[in-house]
Design a protein around this ligand. Structure first.
Ligand SMILES: NC(=O)c1ccc[n+]([C@@H]2O[C@H](COP(=O)([O-])OP(=O)(O)OC[C@H]3O[C@@H](n4cnc5c(N)ncnc54)[C@H](OP(=O)(O)O)[C@@H]3O)[C@@H](O)[C@H]2O)c1
Length: 245
């Protein structure tokens, strides 16, 4: 994506960002743009959270915690990466399409981590629309266009996932969830930047968004730098630069 096309991400759709807040929001996408220019790997993760830090109800309902502006932000992230990665739990609960629909831009490749082959061949994520679909694990009867990958050394360790995707030319990744998959990438130290999108809703129960191994004291906690941006409908984006945390 060229510079101008990249800037038009914020202006060319129904949720165009007001001129006075455009520059700070553009900065949020900077690491992905830099990675594209300089052919560097970059891994961004996103979560849509309630104000009390939940990503779904107890039953797994998460559509939609956020309003349209945050959803558009997510689609802009998709448009800037080579591939979107989800865990089997998200594919089972949400049956997502993982395409770019709310802004201009190309669809990313879709990657599912499905060690037990639980995602059916009819899932939307396998739609044969000309975009790459890749799976770690996967059911035996998946459509022919779905590419099967193995992580080097067996198992599905995060390092192996990243290495296998890089070998496929997929260097800029968006980890779209859910909590288990994100936790694995965070724990392994592979996330450069985390985008937390808070919707104006309190669930009071349900699945927590960020789950990491327990720590004993606050001195061990991550304290990332980053910025905050309030969307016109009140949803809040908090970015966390985890490389400096
Ligand atoms: N609000 C949001 O932004 C958001 C985003 C995404 C999802 N969600 C919600 O989150 C819930 C799903 O999240 P979740 O934490 O339960 O599941 P998840 O992270 O989507 O998937 C976890 C599963 O993926 C597989 N997996 C992922 N990484 C693996 C690895 N490195 N090695 C082996 N297996 C791996 C395992 O599959 P198996 O279980 O088959 O072993 C694991 O149990 C749903 O309710 C969904 O609606 C919310």
């Amino acid at each position: 994506m060229q510079d101008e096309a990249w800037k038009s991400l914020l202006t060319g759709d129904e949720h165009a960002v007001a001129a006075d807040t455009r520059e700070p929001l553009l900065a949020v996408f900077g690491p992905l743009q830099d990675a594209r220019k300089h052919q560097r790997p970059c891994i961004v993760a996103q979560l849509g959270l309630s104000l009390d830090g939940r990503i779904a109800t107890q039953t797994g309902d998460s559509k939609y915690i956020n309003g349209r502006h945050a959803l558009t932000h997510l689609h802009r992230l998709r448009a800037l990466v080579d591939a979107v990665v989800i865990g089997a739990g998200t594919a089972r609960a949400d049956d997502p399409q993982l395409t770019v629909r709310h802004c201009a831009g190309a669809h990313p490749a879709r990657v599912v981590i499905d060690p037990q082959g639980s995602i059916p061949a009819t899932a939307k994520v396998w739609t044969d629309d000309g975009n790459r679909c890749l799976v770690f694990g996967g059911a035996a009867d998946l459509p022919a266009h779905v590419e099967r990958l193995a992580a080097p050394g067996g198992g599905i360790p995060v390092a192996g996932i990243v290495e296998s995707l890089a070998a496929q030319g997929l260097h800029r990744l968006l980890i779209e969830g859910g909590a288990d998959t994100l936790g694995r990438f965070l724990t392994a130290g592979y996330v450069d930047s985390l985008h937390l999108l808070y919707g104006r809703v309190i669930l009071g129960s349900g699945r927590i968004g960020v789950s990491l191994p327990p720590i004993q004291s606050l001195s061990q906690a991550l304290r990332p730098q980053g910025c905050a941006h309030v969307f016109p409908d009140g949803d809040l984006l908090v970015t966390c630069d985890l490389k400096t945390a």
